[in-house]
Design a binder for this molecule. Structure first.
Ligand SMILES: [Zn+2]
Length: 265
């Protein structure tokens, strides 16, 4: 603080010297070092002025701005992709993918911010429960999603596949912001019963603290178009995750006032 005051004072004096004008003509310039000094107890011995008391101004409390970020840009943390909102471009590839340093079935990649959040989430889970999580699947490219979808269709038929695997270009996994999480060792991996494990229950309650959303809740199938997936978590950032948690809205479609996406157009 002392250094700052000295710099301010020097600057003000220099400004006055250059202009060649007296203090009476430039009260604002010369008031800078004076007020700064009086607010610094170390220099002046005068306590800093206390904050104003009274009722907080409600207009000073920032309200959540639902239009702060794009829900259309595939690189936005708030992107909403579902069966009616394909990625644009459909072969979008994130530019900041990194290896996620956590236990896994398949080597996981996510966008850097989401990766950091997964590491924090896994660490907190283990610290709070003594148990372990692993990544089942995370980033999948457009071409990988072609293979995954075609395999599901071949094994289970298209009608079923469309309730469990996104068509290429409509998967959250292609954004680098989604991860399928399972227990380590595996227990109900990629099955609805994962939601009843200690792992699944902890994730459902706590993922928001790390910026994640349980994207396909059991009671929102008509909205999301997907069956209950207690293992699939989408990174949306701490700010939005907290707002959705606090307001009790559980799908991105409902939060942003978008139409339900039960099927492909
Ligand atoms: Zn998934």
């Amino acid at each position: 603080m002392t250094v700052v005051v000295a710099v301010l004072a020097a600057g003000a004096l220099a400004a006055g010297a250059v202009s060649g004008r007296g203090p009476a003509l430039e009260p604002s310039v010369h008031s800078v070092p004076t007020s700064a000094t009086s607010a610094d107890p170390a220099t002046s011995g005068t306590p800093a002025r206390p904050a104003p008391s009274g009722t907080p101004d409600p207009t000073a409390v920032p309200s959540f701005d639902r239009s702060a970020y794009s829900i259309d840009d595939p690189a936005s943390l708030w992107l909403v992709v579902d069966k009616t909102r394909p990625l644009n471009p459909v072969d979008y590839t994130p530019t900041d993918l990194v290896d996620v340093p956590v236990p896994h079935i398949w080597p996981p990649k996510l966008r850097r911010e989401a990766s950091d959040a997964v590491v924090a989430l896994f660490g907190a889970f283990t610290a709070e429960t003594g148990l372990q999580l692993q990544s089942q699947s995370s980033y999948r490219s457009f071409s990988t999603q072609v293979d995954v979808y075609n395999q599901d269709v071949a094994s289970n038929g298209q009608a079923f596949a469309d309730t469990s695997t996104a068509r290429p270009g409509t998967s959250e996994h292609q954004t680098g912001l989604a991860i399928d999480i399972s227990a380590l060792p595996g227990d109900c991996s990629l099955e609805a019963c994962f939601g009843d494990t200690r792992h699944g229950m902890w994730l459902a309650q706590n993922a928001w603290r790390f910026g994640f959303l349980l994207r396909y809740p059991a009671d929102k199938v008509p909205v999301t178009g997907y069956g209950y997936e207690p293992w699939h978590f989408r990174y949306i950032g701490f700010e939005l995750a907290t707002e959705m948690h606090d307001t009790g809205v559980t799908t991105l479609e409902e939060f942003f006032g978008l139409p339900a996406a039960p099927g492909y157009n």
